[in-house]
Design a protein around this ligand. Structure first.
Ligand code: MG
Length: 375
């Protein structure tokens, strides 16, 4: 593919997406422009056109990987600068691409290249399917027939001598290189564009791109484990449900071992320590506290950080009391406290076959696993 040059145009100061120029904003841990350059890996010799102020940054990010060219006052001038730098003895095809379209696919690049076998120019586009209106002052003023209308994308591909001549002959100010090619009388073939090949322009475009990359999603798993010993009494609190029993559980709070395990699982997923860090046992104000206070706090912390509870699974380990008859009520109570749908919370139980401290009925153990998701 050494006879192909890729011109990536990134000389604009576009800040409509908010903050710094959009080509330098981070997208899934990589700059937008870095992603765009990577998308053309192996497709030819890459030339990146940068704003003169960005040349040092470009050298830092792309040293040795691409050719850097300083852009001009307008997009057309920037493309022209790149075209003029190309040796016609080495290059026969050029693909010209917006630096702010990092999600271009290998298949789309291949389609554009293939179309250049039979046409001097080829560019991707998507037929307009939405109804089109004209409007003014936030009111619809008329309808615009959409037949024959296309939304233009890049990369736009050309036979090199033809697009160089077209740019040299053009007075400037073209919106894209197809406009320049048409002005020179070149036939431009339309190839099928892609909906995902969006041009990052507005703040919402970055969120959409993150979603498409799947890099915005943060999935976390936490586990919790707790044990409380039996003492004299007539009931135990398990997962927020009062269960009559011939013993009670010993603890600083209400000793709800299941709810403690789930609470610690949430803190664990958030890397926020455990219940003891947030509610120190040394503080008398938590003596005899109802454990839903802890769980409510942990769930609130997760919510404040943008996480939702995808699911939780709590297992109680004891010989007695029998958990089965209460399991659904326990799950419903945990769901109520954490504010999630009941079918996302599981409470189940097992014995330990009369082995160990739980088998000897000296206490109850609980383990919990939780998944938090931030879209
Ligand atoms: Mg505990």
């Amino acid at each position: 593919m050494t006879d192909t040059a890729i011109i990536i145009v990134a000389a604009g100061r576009g800040t409509r997406a908010g903050g710094e120029p959009k080509q330098w904003r981070m997208l899934g841990g990589q700059s937008v422009l870095g992603r765009t350059v990577a998308a053309f890996q192996g497709a030819g010799r890459v030339i990146v056109v940068l704003h003169p102020d960005d040349m040092v940054r470009g050298i830092t990010e792309f040293a040795g990987k691409v050719t850097l060219i300083a852009g001009g006052e307008t997009r057309s001038q920037s493309v022209r600068n790149a075209l003029e730098s190309i040796d016609p003895n080495e290059i026969s095809r050029v693909l010209i691409h917006d630096g702010a379209r990092p999600l271009v696919s290998p298949a789309l690049i291949t389609r554009v290249r293939a179309a250049l076998e039979t046409a001097p120019a080829a560019a991707p586009a998507i037929g307009v399917t939405d109804a089109l209106w004209t409007g003014a002052d936030a009111k619809v003023t008329g309808l615009q027939p959409r037949d024959g209308l296309f939304r233009a994308q890049t990369p736009q591909g050309f036979h090199f001598p033809a697009i160089l001549d077209a740019h040299r002959a053009h007075p400037g100010g073209a919106a894209d290189d197809v406009e320049v090619a048409l002005a020179a009388g070149l036939d431009v073939a339309i190839v099928e564009g892609e909906d995902d090949n969006i041009k990052l322009t507005w703040p919402g475009d970055f969120a959409r791109a993150e979603r498409m990359l799947g890099t915005g999603m943060d999935i976390r798993t936490g586990n919790g484990y707790d044990v409380h010993a039996f003492t004299d009494g007539d009931h135990v609190m398990l997962c927020g449900v009062r269960v009559p029993h011939s013993k009670a559980l010993l603890g600083h709070s209400d000793a709800d071992v299941g709810m403690h395990a789930l609470t610690d699982a949430i803190y664990g997923a958030l890397a926020e320590g455990d219940i003891g860090r947030h509610f120190p046992p040394s503080d008398p104000k938590w003596k005899g506290a109802a454990s839903h206070i802890f769980l409510t706090h942990a769930a609130g912390l997760a919510r404040d950080r943008g996480y939702t509870i995808s699911n939780a699974d709590v297992t109680l380990v004891c010989e007695r009391p029998k958990i089965g008859p209460h399991a659904i009520e326990m799950a419903a109570e945990l769901a109520r406290i954490t504010g999630v749908e009941p079918d996302r919370i599981s409470v189940k139980a097992t014995t330990s076959e009369r082995l160990g401290f739980t088998g000897r009925e000296e206490g109850i153990a609980a383990i919990a696993t939780i998944t938090l998701v931030k879209p």
